[in-house]
Design a protein around this ligand. Structure first.
Ligand code: 5AD
Ligand code: SF4
Length: 476
């Protein structure tokens, strides 16, 4: 295979009359006629909800071209890695797995390998793939998903490696219609990118600047979901509450929630992720006003030390954060609270870390996503000199988990004996006589039940509590 990589715009004129989806579909139908089985595709997804949703978009495009999804890499003709750059370990894992793909590719004559997502927006990992991983056929970025059919077609027609990375973020366009993974809960992007430049974070470099979708487009998408029986929607964005600032006709996130709350048929609205510096009292008050707004607030704090928060470029203090939590508890006392915490950020002393433990105890989070600080080249914090040794980070991390687990257990135990409404998602992963779903406050509940309950909201009595989940009994 030629080492030169082809950029999609080089073949734009050549293929301007091609309907890529139909063309690939035809190729795949011929394959089916010849072999009696459908062509299969597999996506490995890493990272956040946004990436999960991007993979959902890709699956939909692949299915429209008559690929069948598989989980077995040995039977796939197309394997896509949808990558994450948040932590170095996530990138290293993909680089390692891609190395193994070389052997798989050599053992099969019809395997196409593609790499997408945040890693491909970054020069260093992209250059490794370009120069050392010649068995990777297709490379595309986070904003180039709608081009997947064209990428597959061009790679097949030319036999060359192809690449498409949008560097101009104004060009982002959504995939207009697609099949979704679930038929009762949907994920909807409301804002792309991030303008915050927290000093540890790679996202502003991989997903570009904030671009809000128009409220009318969002409302239209969710109305269609509700008309199709969807009960729950999760609004996605790196910083959802800076939504709407750059629109021609500005619309605040709080106003957007009001518009969505009015959509008939919809029952629950979730969102992730808000930023404490942008969370207005007006938004917190919506927890007392909007009946469909899920009574769960995930508000990433990252650290409880004012000094560390300053170095992280977070624009709030410990006291300010706690005051937001107190405010929302006043509005809705039983609200479920969760957060993200980074342990071992450069310069974190024992004293600073104890500020984090203190904040966790004061806020009483139901759960938290906890991370060891990971140095990301290109971010400001990577150049701070006072990096923390790994063993110190790990020791603090375990102490933090002990505190979080105690609070989580205590809060879940209090729910024993209460009645909750659960939107049933699936057959339980640990026991196939049970189903599992989420309460309005996002608590995971398992109870004896059958697949006909999936997609329904049912009443459940809580009978037992674990650190991360609840056990219950169906009441109806
Ligand atoms: N190291 C560790 N955790 C990080 N996060 C983002 N960047 C880093 C990093 N360099 C965490 C933050 C963020 C979550 C999505 O990932 O807590 O809220
Ligand atoms: Fe990263 Fe901060 Fe933006 Fe979140 S708000 S994506 S942590 S830069």
């Amino acid at each position: 295979m030629s080492k030169r990589i082809l950029r999609l715009n080089e073949t734009k004129e050549l293929y301007k009359d091609v309907d890529f989806i139909s063309a690939i579909k035809e190729i795949n139908d011929d394959y089916y006629k010849e072999k009696g089985i459908k062509k299969k595709a597999l996506i490995f997804t890493y990272g956040c909800q946004m990436n999960e949703h991007n993979s959902e978009n890709m699956i939909s495009l692949l299915e429209s071209m008559n690929y069948e999804m598989t989980e077995d890499q040995n039977e796939a003709q197309l394997i896509i890695f949808n990558t994450c750059s948040i932590r170095e370990s996530a990138e290293n894992k993909v680089i390692g797995l891609l190395g193994h793909m070389k052997t798989l590719k050599e053992s099969k004559d019809d395997l196409t390998i593609a790499v997408a997502g945040c890693m491909m927006q970054r020069d260093d990992p992209r250059n490794i793939i370009l120069t050392k991983y010649h068995h990777v056929d297709i490379i595309f970025g986070t904003n180039n998903i709608p081009k997947l059919p064209e990428l597959i077609y061009t790679q097949k027609e030319t036999g060359k490696r192809v690449l498409d990375i949008i560097e101009n973020y104004d060009l982002v366009d959504d995939i207009p219609e697609y099949n979704r993974l679930y038929s009762h809960k949907g994920f909807v992007n409301i804002i792309h990118g991030c303008n915050n430049f927290c000093t540890y974070c790679i996202v502003p470099y991989t997903r570009g600047r904030e671009i809000s979708r128009k409220p009318e487009d969002i409302v239209k998408e969710i109305t269609e979901l509700a008309n199709n029986g969807y009960k729950e929607v999760t609004l996605l964005g790196q910083n959802v509450n800076s939504y709407g600032k750059n629109l021609d006709r500005p619309c605040s996130f709080s106003e957007l929630l009001e518009l969505i709350n009015a959509i008939p048929g919809l029952e629950r609205i979730r969102f992730m992720t808000p930023h404490p510096k942008d969370i207005s009292d007006e938004l917190l008050e919506q927890y007392g006003k909007l009946d469909k707004l899920s009574k769960h607030l995930h508000l990433p704090v990252q650290s409880g030390s004012d000094e560390i928060l300053k170095r992280m470029n977070r624009h709030y203090t410990k006291e300010k954060y706690i005051s937001k939590i107190e405010k929302v508890k006043e509005v809705y006392p039983d609200i479920v609270l969760s957060t993200d915490i980074i342990v071992g950020f450069p310069g974190e002393t024992e004293e600073y870390f104890e500020e984090t433990l203190d904040l966790v105890k004061k806020c009483k989070f139901d759960f938290a996503y906890t991370f060891l600080y990971s140095k990301r080249s290109g971010t400001k914090a990577a150049y701070y000199e006072d990096q923390i040794p790994h063993d110190v980070k790990l020791e603090r991390f375990n102490r933090l988990l002990d505190v979080l687990y105690d609070i989580g257990n205590e809060k879940n135990t209090k729910l024993i004996g209460t009645e909750v409404e659960v939107l049933v998602d699936e057959i339980s992963k640990t026991d196939d006589t049970k189903v599992s779903g989420r309460t309005d406050g996002f608590k995971l509940v398992n109870f004896v039940g059958t697949s006909d309950l999936i997609g329904k909201i049912v009443k459940v009595k809580i009978t037992d509590a674990n650190t991360f989940s609840l056990e219950g009994e169906l009441i109806d």
